[in-house]
Ligand binder design. Structure first.
Ligand code: UDP
Ligand code: MG
Length: 319
């Protein structure tokens, strides 16, 4: 990107990256609150909106924000690539200084940014905001979220901090490190943790969405969870091995028993039910193992195509 998001030519010291997909209702309020916070910071700040192929009026709204605030710039992706790619596009565009990643829906309070900055000033590279309470989210969602983090902790070597979204500050060297991770299955929370360096948490109260609706239904959340587990752990592959081994051992013991019985008592032609049970059981195990392998194979395939992670349709640097 050419000498990009720099108000008045000077490079910003801190760029706030905001992925937005169909957020027209909330962007105005969001920018207002964010701008108020940035005004108080003794730093050269910029805001970078990434319109992730919105279908509503998000882009025109962003354009009016750009016209009003010289600190604001924007990228518009050529279609909806998903939040992870939108974030990557935004972070790639931050050439100088640190970056803050924040959701447009005001679930992450912009008022927390000075605290993130303070920790960054104190020498940390990744300052992530950890939420205390999940308000406005159903008990089921809280339960599934907790179960997911617990599973990740068990299965993977990379500890993804609990109850932590993408809201965080990344220092220059953390950004450079992240920029080198070009994998296609982008589980950002995992990648943020994987790069290491000095990481620290700041706690806050998560608010319910201000307007609009969450784009994460349970189907997409499940996909995200599978993504997180398969891109940071080989445990499912090992699971298939162990389950297969267990099934084989059980079948062997059962075979011995059937053989012994036949030798002792002869074999009146029955055996059909047991045969069916064994065939179905082993068939099931094999399908399960194949499915798990397929999951990884698919990821490998996506990776081997080496496609770019996103395309930018329009770039609007700050004035
Ligand atoms: N988002 C995006 N592309 C998508 C989905 C979401 O850029 O395909 C943005 C969205 O506009 C918001 C942020 O990612 O700023 C978080 O999305 P959402 O609020 O739906 O997720 P949740 O807060 O429920 O995790
Ligand atoms: Mg949200």
């Amino acid at each position: 990107m050419p000498r990009s998001f720099a108000p008045g030519g000077a490079m910003p010291e801190l760029t706030v990256v905001v992925p937005a997909y169909n957020e027209a209702d909330v962007l105005e309020t969001f920018h207002h609150r964010l701008a108020a916070v940035l005004d108080t910071l003794p730093l050269r700040c910029a805001v970078l909106y990434v319109d992730d192929g919105s279908r509503d009026a998000s882009w025109p709204v962003i354009e009016t924000l750009l016209a009003r605030d010289p600190r604001a710039g924007a990228l518009r992706l050529s279609r909806n690539f998903g939040k992870e790619a939108a974030l990557t596009a935004g972070l790639d565009a931050v050439e100088e200084g640190a970056a803050v990643v924040i959701d447009a829906d005001l679930q992450d309070p912009p008022e927390l940014i000075p605290e993130l900055v303070a920790q960054w000033r104190a020498g940390h590279d990744v300052v992530y905001a950890t939420r205390r309470v999940r308000e406005g989210e159903s008990r089921f969602k809280r339960f599934t979220a907790a179960a997911f983090y617990r599973t990740m902790e068990r299965l993977s070597d990379t500890a993804v901090p609990r109850d932590t979204g993408d809201f965080r500050l990344l220092s220059r060297r953390a950004l450079d490190a992240l920029g080198q991770l070009r994998e296609r299955q982008r589980f950002m929370k995992g990648l943020f943790a994987w790069i290491g360096y000095r990481q620290v948490a700041v706690h806050y109260q998560r608010e319910p969405r201000q307007a609009g609706r969450t784009k994460w239904n349970y189907w997409r959340l499940t996909q995200l969870a599978i993504e997180g587990i398969t891109s940071f752990s080989n445990a499912p592959l090992r699971l298939a091995t162990w389950v297969g081994l267990g099934a084989a051992l059980l079948a062997f013991a059962y075979g011995l028993w059937v053989l012994g019985k036949a030798l002792l008592y002869g074999d009146p032609v029955r055996g059909y039910p047991t045969l069916m049970v064994v065939i179905l059981f082993l068939g099931g195990m094999q399908l399960l193992a194949l499915g798990v392998i397929g999951e990884y194979l698919g990821r490998n395939y996506a990776e081997s195509k080496q496609r770019p992670l996103y395309f930018v349709e329009e770039r609007r640097p700050p004035r």
